[in-house]
Design a protein around this ligand. Structure first.
Ligand SMILES: C[S@@+](CC[C@H](N)C(=O)[O-])C[C@H]1O[C@@H](n2cnc3c(N)ncnc32)[C@H](O)[C@@H]1O
Length: 345
């Protein structure tokens, strides 16, 4: 039975403080769904005074398993461990299949940005839970996308991405950043703008990018689609084709820095009303076998409340380990964040 050791990113502790070890184990557990075999005896192991996450498998990991592990948000390096007490470390070449570089998600800084490592975790959970098949195109939607952190992470993975955001300035900044990034890095791209209205009333402004990691892919019609919708997420199914989305991943308004607007136009500090109203629309655009992963501030809403709303809208909420408690972590004084994940079956 081969033994493996994962070295975590040195910055991982700074993002999650005391919760980092637990979060890493939870993400690894969630990865089991897309691995060809189980990771056995997952535990923390001290090697030369440095902490590793160790596990064993019955057979050596295959290429697709290595891609799954390479994508996990805490994985800095992977080794085969030879020997027990002071093992010899043999590096395994990581390959996440990235289409764009990580700086796409790290360059833009602003207050209210969802941490990049956490966003990667959110997108990973969505990808691990959905039924997408290797080499098949994946469509990711962030229905509350802010300035696009989730979308940029999706692009790195080569997904088609769509984002919906109410705030005009947020969308403008995301669009301007992406246009400049693609131009500066000389990625082939095309940008188009359009509007959508209903009964003479404007519903949304749409900015679409087509781009690819290489000129060859762009010319061969393999360009990724990146869509920004400046409008209300309650109109999701008017903007986006039904049964076309594989993953919904979003960091909900926190009721601290961001508010959430509702159909009545009122401003509430609690995202419960927003989710309650939006979920039926989100459900319509998702394919069968797709996933929805949301993060939120547990001070403003209990997990059971979101779970009930998801179930009422026809989703199958993930329960047991690691879903019940494995992703809870403190962000700051006012925010304890958690993740809820569900599937459309
Ligand atoms: C926590 S922030 C997301 C931040 C984002 N992940 C990022 O890194 O930029 C939540 C976002 O939801 C947006 N929002 C709130 N209500 C909305 C609605 N009804 N439709 C679309 N977006 C909404 C807010 O404007 C805010 O930008």
């Amino acid at each position: 039975m081969p033994d493996y050791g994962i070295l975590m990113y040195p910055s991982y502790n700074r993002v999650y403080f005391q919760s980092s070890k637990g979060l890493a184990l939870s993400e690894l557990q969630a990865a089991g769904r897309k691995l060809s075999q189980a990771c056995l005896d997952i535990h923390h192991k001290d090697i030369g005074g440095v902490n590793y996450i160790a596990f064993s498998t019955r057979e050596p990991l295959n290429e697709s398993d290595i891609q799954v592990l390479s994508r996990l948000s805490f994985v800095y390096a992977l080794f085969i461990l030879e020997g027990q007490d002071s093992p010899v470390l043999h590096p395994v070449m990581l390959d996440s299949g990235a289409v764009f570089e990580d700086d796409l998600v790290t360059i833009l800084k602003y207050s209210g940005k969802t941490n990049e490592t956490f966003t990667k975790l959110l997108v990973n959970i969505g990808w691990l839970l959905c039924d997408s098949i290797k080499d098949e195109r994946v469509h990711l939607l962030d229905p509350v996308c802010g300035r696009g952190t989730t979308l940029f992470q999706g692009m790195i993975y080569g997904f088609d991405v769509s984002g919906i955001e109410l705030d005009k300035i947020h969308v403008e900044q995301a669009v301007n950043f992406l246009a400049k990034y693609l131009k500066t890095k000389r990625y082939k791209h095309k940008m188009t703008k359009s509007k959508m209205s209903e009964n003479g009333k404007k519903l949304c402004e749409i900015t679409r990018f087509e781009t690819a990691g290489t000129k060859e892919d762009f010319k061969a019609g393999k360009a990724l689609q990146v869509n920004f919708y400046r409008g209300d997420t309650l109109h999701t199914d008017k903007f986006i084709k039904k049964h076309s989305v594989d993953i919904i991943a979003g960091d909900l308004p926190y009721g601290v820095q961001h508010g959430s607007s509702t159909r009545t136009g009122s401003f509430t500090r609690n995202p419960e009303i927003l989710i309650g109203e939006a979920l039926p629309h989100w459900h319509k655009v998702l394919k069968t076998g797709s996933s929805i992963v949301l993060s939120w501030n547990t001070f403003v809403l209990k997990k059971e409340q979101i779970a009930d709303l998801l179930k009422t809208s026809g989703f199958e909420v993930q329960t047991g380990e690691p879903w019940d408690n494995g992703f809870v972590h403190r962000v700051d004084q006012a925010i304890i964040r958690d993740i809820i994940a569900a599937r459309k079956i």
